[in-house]
Design a protein around this ligand. Sequence first.
Ligand code: GLA
Length: 546
Amino acid sequence: MNNRFTIVAICASLLLTCSCCADKQQARDFDPPIMGWSSWNYFKTNISEEVICGQADALISTGLADAGYIYVNIDDGFTDGRGEDGRIRIDTTKFPNGMKAVADYIHSIGLKAGMYSDAGDNTCASLNVKPYGLGVGLYGHEVQDCKMMFDEWGYDFFKVDNCGGRHLDLNEQEQFTKIAEALAQCDNKHINFNVCRWVFPGTWVREIADSWRTTHDIWVDWGSVKTIIKENMYTVAYCGDGHYNDLDMLEIGMGFPPEVERTHMACWCIQSSPLVVGCDLYKMPDYSIEFLKNADLIAMDQDRLGIAAPVVQKDGEVYVFAKDMERFYGPKRAVVVSNLGDAPATIDVSLQALGFEGAVKVYDCFSHSDREELCGSDYFTLEIAPHDSEALFVTGKRIEKSVYQGEEAFLNAYTEINDQDYEAYRRPYEIPSPRYWESPTADLGLYATLLGGWEENWLEWQRVYSMDGGDYAMTVRYACADSRDMTISVNGEDVQCLTGLNSGGDLDWQEVTAKVTLNKGWNAVRLSNPAAPMPSIDYMTLKKFE
Ligand code: GLA
């Protein structure tokens, strides 16, 4: 405990330094993804006041807090059932001074504190470490629990799981919305809300949460990291305006080799995921601390645009992700090139695919230096070891994006929750929700499908940019095995209904072209058919008429 006094002093100076970060943050319209530490990955339910306060101290002593990791999130395992008054009881063998004392300590050293619960009756620990988690979920106690955790105890972040919700077969949209409403009733108006139900919940989640998990739990295994990266190749459209896909807590510092940690960190950062460290902070290898503190990658993650990066080029198992930084269509882009395969690979990265023409400047986010050898042609060649990644800032003259992939489009009715989802959208059971599917026949390996058939089931590219506005040839690559129709709309106006589309097979791709007029700046281009299924969509291209 002694060193805590020193730490309070260090923190006072940290807070002073941080007031300038606060100024910078005011320049943006929304908060960046959260950064911090969580107890689950390493400690599971073996947590206590000592563990949590000790890890909070370590965020400071390792310099991670200074780098931006300021949340200390207590996950499952601090409860001991509910009292007769309905109030959650705390496990006082682990937390003898209660949960407020822990939040107070975390705040006293300049950090923020996070809480955990479940949308249903039990938390997830109830599944395998009973009695933890039985009867302590939010269901039926939404307002009572939220007021206790956020007004009485003063926590700042809330992760809400769904094991109890699933157990009770709750309608998730309704229950998570009810929880958001309970949070809104708290006097504490700065609660960061994370929905954790292990698949993309549905577009409704953007309305109620700051971030949401998109996959099952991460573990210390390359396959787990790779699966999460691949599944988030098609969640890009849902990230924006301060709402983020949560790729799950970081396993950095838990025993991965450096190349996997480079990929893990770079991919989480280019997708603007929350960065929540999951290891024992006293046991991290030096290289892990270095990756976590990498200021260039953190800048990529926390960038003020708050967007995720689509795949812009693919060669075998090597994927190139790119997103704007600092300013939409400004000169600087973040680029991550990941070799998800098990063999060394070489890739020629196309500047056109990255959105540039002419000379570019390439800066390496791992060596923190310029890569002059990569400049001077219309492509650059990278050799990448298995499971490794390059992370770059590329700066140069921008060209208009001309290819918009199906997998980067916003699918309005997209959800991976099946059963409850049918009810939530009140649509007939026989109509499945839209999906992004993998196929080697599709450009970049992915396409959007199961579209149309009811009013809400449309696809939209919501950030179509035209430098000067004007008339374009819009070519759509589609597939369907029978005759189908779809309407193209631009900025809410129907432009053309394409009828009788039939490519002869579900994966036999064909092209159809229509004329569209784009405004200067941003446009939304939608494909829809409320009455009947639409073709699958691989991509659309835009070419300006001379
Ligand atoms: C689920 C979540 C994990 C963790 C555990 C706690 O599995 O996805 O992140 O919170 O529950 O029991």
